[in-house]
Design a protein around this ligand. Structure first.
Ligand code: NDP
Length: 447
């Protein structure tokens, strides 16, 4: 690692030794900026690494709410406003028991570079709560969301900070949050994205992250004269990103052989049909059930409790779409041994640093989430544009723009990787291209 980058990382590590995920994401980014920092001393002179790794603002608040038994519950609420050099803070809200400052700082830090890569004017932010929507009634989720927004509303705005969904925050939660915001401020602002179609949402936003990841993987595969048709694909997760990655891959003729949740993995060795996928989506999205329940009703599937997909079947393409650090070094070795040629991250930082370098040194095409899952936030940017213009684009228009953005992110990352002499290193390419734009804007705008 470059001397300047390692000095800043060392200081951060001393200061935040308990923020494991955050330090992991900084290590990944700083570790790839060396050649740029060696070439240009303006970043060190302007203390860019020191400044970009501290959130401009980090808000913590209490979220009291009343459960179905009438008892008062309290959770932590957070919003990390990381960097606004190129636009209002933008990034999702995550509701999951594991949420803490370290996880939200890692996600907010990644978001800076991801948003920069989309070419849209969006800064980086992230937020959420350790609230777990799983097993809660709609009324409990509404009570929680209203209390969360009772504090959050004063920190956000269409030109300040525009949150969206993430793990545990889908259309239902965005609806309750938006309703509360609009009641409090008495204004119909474009202050959240991921809204439903009938009140300001964009067509293709639900599909965007998963579809975008498949578009990105298609571009990587094309560099080796390959595509999805007839390829074996393993996908983890069964939420928003995984569902639409699976759908697009099936539409392109691939054999999608797995989905998973935090309890286990469902395997369909012959490849999932669209009808099977639709039944799983209905179970997950409408009845809020578990994959084990689906497997019990479909004899052509196999359910493996407590396992992730990576060691279950040989595959050519792997798409981790669940959560951080869900693909480790042993999984990477198993994928390589099974003939995997492409790992495309749909989730944020699902691959450990060790696994990433193992995949790269074995010439597996590897895309970091900040590039390949940027389709979600890019389409959120398109939702903001439609809201500002008070019009709605057709599904075909949005999908074409999404596709164009994913091709452009791929080409930008690839071009930066080539410029710095590592043509297949999408991690280096995405980090340098994403960083350079934000860092230069910070220099232009002074301190
Ligand atoms: P969802 O809440 O819709 O789905 C999350 C999925 O991941 C579920 O299947 C869930 O299983 C599983 N999961 C969550 N935590 C764990 C865990 N600790 N171990 C194993 N499995 C887990 O979220 P999304 O699909 O929206 O998000 C998935 C990933 O994609 C996240 O990393 C998110 O940050 C990233 N992302 C999402 C975007 C979006 O537009 N939605 C945009 C860009 C990135 P279970 O049901 O058992 O909890």
């Amino acid at each position: 690692m470059n001397v300047y980058a390692s000095r800043v990382l060392e200081n951060l590590t001393k200061q935040h030794s308990n923020e494991k995920e955050f330090l992991q994401s900084v290590t990944e980014v700083f570790g790839t900026l060396g050649k740029l920092l060696d070439r240009e001393n303006k970043y060190e002179k302007n203390k860019i690494l020191e400044r970009i790794s501290i959130p401009e603002r980090a808000i913590t608040f209490q979220v009291p709410w009343v459960d179905a038994k009438g008892e008062i519950q309290v959770n932590y609420g957070y919003r990390i406003q990381f960097n606004s050099a190129i636009g209002p803070y933008k990034g999702g809200l995550r509701f999951h028991p594991s949420v803490n400052m370290s996880i939200l700082k890692f996600l907010g830090f990644e978001q800076i570079f991801k948003n920069s890569l989309t070419t849209l004017p969006m800064g980086g932010g992230k937020g959420g709560s350790n609230f777990d929507p799983k097993g809660k009634t709609d009324a409990e989720v509404m009570s929680f969301c209203q209390s969360f927004m009772r504090e959050l509303y004063r920190h956000i705005g269409p030109n300040t900070d525009v949150p969206a969904g993430d793990i545990g925050v889908g259309g239902r939660e965005i609806g309750y949050l938006f309703g509360q915001y609009r009641r409090i401020v008495n204004s119909y602002d474009s202050v959240l994205t991921g809204k439903k179609l009938n009140w300001g949402g964009s067509l293709v936003r639900p599909e965007a992250t998963g579809y975008g990841a498949v578009y990105f993987a298609s571009e990587m595969l094309a560099t080796r004269k390959m595509d999805f048709a007839g390829r074996r694909v393993l996908i983890s997760g069964s939420g928003n990103v995984a569902q639409y990655a699976a759908k697009k891959a099936i539409l392109l003729g691939a054999k999608v052989m797995s989905l998973s949740d935090s309890s286990g993995t469902i395997l369909v060795e012959q490849g999932m049909t669209l009808d099977q996928l639709e039944a799983i989506m209905e179970l997950k999205n409408v009845r809020r059930g578990r994959l084990s329940e689906y497997a019990a009703t479909d004899k052509s599937t196999k359910y493996v409790a407590s396992e992730r997909p990576w060691k279950q079947l040989k595959t050519e393409i792997a798409m981790p779409c669940a959560t951080q650090n869900e693909l480790d070094i042993d999984d990477a070795k198993a994928l390589i041994a099974g003939g995997c040629v492409c790992v495309c991250e749909g989730a944020n930082m699902p691959t450990t640093l060790e696994a990433t370098s193992c995949l790269q040194s074995n010439h597996v095409l590897f895309s970091p989430g900040k590039a390949s899952n940027a389709g979600g936030v890019a389409t959120s940017g398109l939702e903001m544009s439609q809201n500002a213009m008070r019009l709605s684009w057709t599904a075909e228009e949005v999908d074409a723009k999404l596709h164009g953005i994913m091709v452009s992110i791929h080409n930008t990352a690839k071009a930066a990787a080539e410029e710095f002499g590592e043509p297949d290193n999408y991690v280096l390419g995405a980090n340098i291209a994403g960083f350079r734009k934000v860092a230069d804007a910070m220099i232009d705008q002074g301190i």
